[in-house]
Design a protein around this ligand. Structure first.
Ligand SMILES: [Zn+2]
Length: 272
C-alpha cells in the first residue's frame, strides 16, 4: 500500500544528507535509457506504443540483460521532476518488498492506464504525503506493465545499487519496493500482473544476487499494515518458488525458441 504517510519519515530523515549526496551525485541523472522497440512483448502493446507518438518508436538497444523485463521509464509515463534527487545508497538492497496499491481492481490493461496510474501515485506521494517523489522503485499494472517509480531506480539497479525510496517505514535503506496495482484483500491477482511480478523478481534477484526464499517479503512483514492484501500475501511462498525455479533453469535468452508457451505458474487455487 502506498498511502502510509509514515513511510515518508525516511524521506525527511535523510534530508540532512542531501547536500553531501548532491555533491557526490553531481546533478540529475537522465531517465529513459531503455528503448522500447526491441522488447515489445505483444502486438497490442506495440499498437499502443505506435499510437503514443514517435518517442516510443525508437529502435532497440535494450540496456538491460536479456532476462530483464521491459521496464517503462519515467520519461515514458511523463513523470514530474522529483523535489530532490533520490539518495543512492552505494550498496545493493537485501530485500524485495511486495506491495499492493490498494487502488481499484481496474480491468483496463492498456499502456495509457498504466502510465496514468504511475502519474497518480507520484502525485499522491508528492502532493498528499509531501514526499520527494514516488515512494516505490517499481510499479506493475494489472495488465502486467512494469514501470520505474522513484527517480534513479533503473540506473541504480543496473549499477547493483539502490535508489532509496519511501515505501516501508524504517526499512527503506535496504529494500526495494514493488507496487502492484489493485487491492488483494479478497480478489485474486491477475495472471498478467503475476507473470510480470515473477519476471521482475527474477531480474532483481539475479541483478542483486539475492536468494528469493529470503529476499522476497511482504510489506506486512515489516509494518503494521494489511498490504499487500491477504490474497497476494498468501502467494508469496509461490512467488519465491517460481522465481527460484526460473533462476535455476535456463534463462529466457538461452531458450528463445518462442515455443515456451505452457504456463510456468499454476493457477491460484485458494489458501493452502
Ligand atoms: Zn505497502
Amino acid at each position: 500500500m502506498i498511502a502510509h504517510s509514515e513511510d515518508g519519515a525516511d524521506d525527511r530523515d535523510r534530508d540532512g544528507m542531501l547536500v553531501t549526496r548532491r555533491a557526490l551525485i553531481g546533478g540529475v541523472v537522465g531517465a529513459g535509457l531503455l528503448s522500447v522497440g526491441a522488447s515489445v512483448q505483444n502486438v497490442a502493446m506495440a499498437d499502443e506504443l505506435s499510437a503514443a507518438g514517435p518517442e516510443f518508436k525508437s529502435g532497440g538497444h535494450a540496456a538491460f540483460r536479456a532476462d530483464a523485463p521491459q521496464v517503462y521509464t519515467r520519461s515514458q509515463w511523463n513523470a514530474r521532476s522529483p523535489k530532490r534527487p533520490a539518495k543512492v545508497r552505494g550498496k545493493a538492497p537485501d530485500r524485495i518488498v511486495i506491495h499492493h496499491t490498494a487502488t481499484a481492481n481496474s480491468s483496463d490493461r492498456s499502456l495509457g492506464h498504466a502510465f496514468a496510474l504511475s502519474r497518480k501515485i507520484q502525485k499522491w506521494h508528492m502532493d498528499s504525503n509531501g514526499w520527494d517523489d514516488a515512494g516505490q522503485q517499481l510499479t506493475i499494472s494489472r495488465g502486467g506493465i512494469v514501470m520505474e517509480g522513484r527517480n534513479k531506480s533503473l540506473k541504480a539497479i543496473r549499477a547493483n545499487d539502490l535508489a532509496v525510496g519511501a515505501h516501508v517505514l524504517h526499512h527503506n535503506d535496504h529494500t526495494i519496493g514493488i507496487e502492484n496495482e489493485g487491492t488483494y484483500t479478497k480478489k485474486q491477482v491477475p495472471s498478467r500482473l503475476w507473470d510480470s511480478l515473477v519476471e521482475t523478481c527474477v531480474w532483481l534477484c539475479r541483478s542483486y544476487d539475492l536468494d528469493p526464499s529470503e529476499a522476497i517479503v511482504g510489506h506486512r512483514d515489516y509494518n503494521n499494515t494489511a498490504c499487500p492484501g491477504d490474497r497476494l500475501y498468501a502467494r508469496l511462498p509461490e512467488l519465491r518458488r517460481s522465481v527460484a525455479a526460473r533462476m535455476d533453469g535456463p534463462s529466457s535468452s538461452d531458450n528463445a525458441t518462442g515455443g515456451q508457451e505452457a504456463p510456468i505458474f499454476p493457477p491460484f487455487d485458494g489458501f493452502g
